[in-house]
Design a protein around this ligand. Structure first.
Ligand code: IPM
Ligand code: MG
Length: 368
């Protein structure tokens, strides 16, 4: 029987609540698909700051726990309680970014799916997206302006200046382009690369490199958009897009836009992956695309679907438990099809049943 080991980092806000539902799903699929999985919990984010007297949001023990696992299932971090701390130890900058960098998780996959039965939850007119849409955003995650140096504040001619540096190396662009082309091959074979090549040097390198890599994928139709235009086109007609590949900062912004037009952040999972090993297995960090939602934390009303679908991605990419991943995705579809709705996706239409976090979790578990 395969033995897997995952590190579970629930974090803050709604993280622990939605993680509770994902853990129930883990138990059920492990039994049903005949594998053993040990899942140990570790502190991260504000929870870790509280436990360490505001020393670190990413304790050594958590990092070690992640290192000895096959994958990380992450909840969410941050909240008003920790916003006034020095930037370097704030939950987002002090935990999430270092985790991505430490494990070389350069490829961030963010599916933006608007389920046809949930088009009422989208702010886009129903008439524009009658069948919903399904766009995969592939965001470069360990380079670009997030990590380039210098990154500092200093004084120049008696005035304060702040500097961030946007750097992309050809090799960084190549590897993310390969991930995106391969993802497109498994889908509708369309890839749109997003840059700002009319202004930025590193976007010119980005575009040249993507065009070069495209030669190895003649079956994929490649297009290019400037990021400002991409922001418009996604709202105008998202169903036109299949896979989008872009740099760290543009991907951060466009993936939030995509999440919004898909209806609810509470539905969208994400995977952050490094280079696969020889057996095609991949260490990764899996987390909901949404944040810790402190405004609704502790009320038992958060949508657990993003966390549960993140678990499905973990099973697919890091543990190669494809059947289990398929069954979770099917169970989620079925629960939605049967009318179960948390508040964020409830429209009041006939046949809808409003449920809380645990109710949605139970509806999914029953359908596994
Ligand atoms: C995201 C988040 C993070 C990012 C923040 C929390 C550092 O917005 O995962 O999209 O900017 O990458
Ligand atoms: Mg973001």
């Amino acid at each position: 029987m395969p033995q897997h080991r995952i590190a579970v980092l629930p974090g803050d806000g709604i993280g622990p609540e939605v993680m509770g539902e994902a853990r129930k799903v883990i138990e059920v699929v492990a039994a049903r698909f005949d594998f053993a999985i040990s899942s140990e919990e570790f502190l991260v984010g504000g929870a870790a700051l509280d436990a360490t007297g505001n020393t670190t949001p990413l304790p050594e023990e958590t990092l070690n726990g992640c290192e000895s696992s096959d994958a990380i299932l992450f909840g969410s971090v941050g909240g008003p309680k920790w916003e006034e701390l020095p930037p370097d130890i704030q939950p987002e900058r002090g935990a999430l970014l270092p985790l991505r960098k430490h494990f070389g998780l350069f490829a961030n996959l963010r599916p933006g799916v608007c389920h046809p039965s949930l088009i009422d939850a989208s702010p886009v007119k129903n008439s524009l997206i009658p069948d919903g849409f399904n766009v995969l955003c592939v965001r470069e995650l360990t380079g670009g302006i997030y990590f380039g140096s210098p990154k500092e504040r200093r004084e120049e001619n008696g005035e304060e200046v702040a500097i961030d540096t946007m750097v992309y190396r050809r090799s960084e662009i190549e590897r993310i382009a390969h991930v995106a082309f391969q993802a497109a091959q498994g889908r509708r074979k369309k890839l749109c690369s997003v840059d700002k090549a009319n202004v930025l040097q590193n976007s010119r390198l980005w575009r040249e490199t993507v065009v070069e890599v495209a030669k190895g994928y003649p079956d994929v139709e490649l297009s290019h958009l400037y990021v400002d235009n991409a922001a418009m086109q996604l709202i105008r007609y998202a169903p036109d897009y299949d896979v989008i590949v872009t740099g760290n900062l543009f991907g951060d912004i466009l993936s939030d836009e995509m999440a919004m037009i898909s209806g609810s952040l509470g539905m969208l999972p994400s995977a952050s992956l490094g280079e696969p090993d020889e057996d095609g297995r991949n260490f990764g960090l899996y987390e909901p695309s949404g944040g810790s939602a402190p405004d609704i934390a502790g009320q038992g009303i958060a949508n657990p679907i993003a966390q549960i679908l993140s678990l499905a991605m973990l099973l697919r990419y890091s543990l190669a438990e494809t059947a289990a991943a398929d069954s979770i995705e099917a169970a989620v579809e079925k629960a939605i099809g049967d009318g179960f709705r948390t508040g964020d996706i409830f429209s009041g239409a006939e046949g809808e049943k409003q449920v809380g976090t645990a109710g949605m979790g139970a509806a999914i578990v029953e359908r596994l």
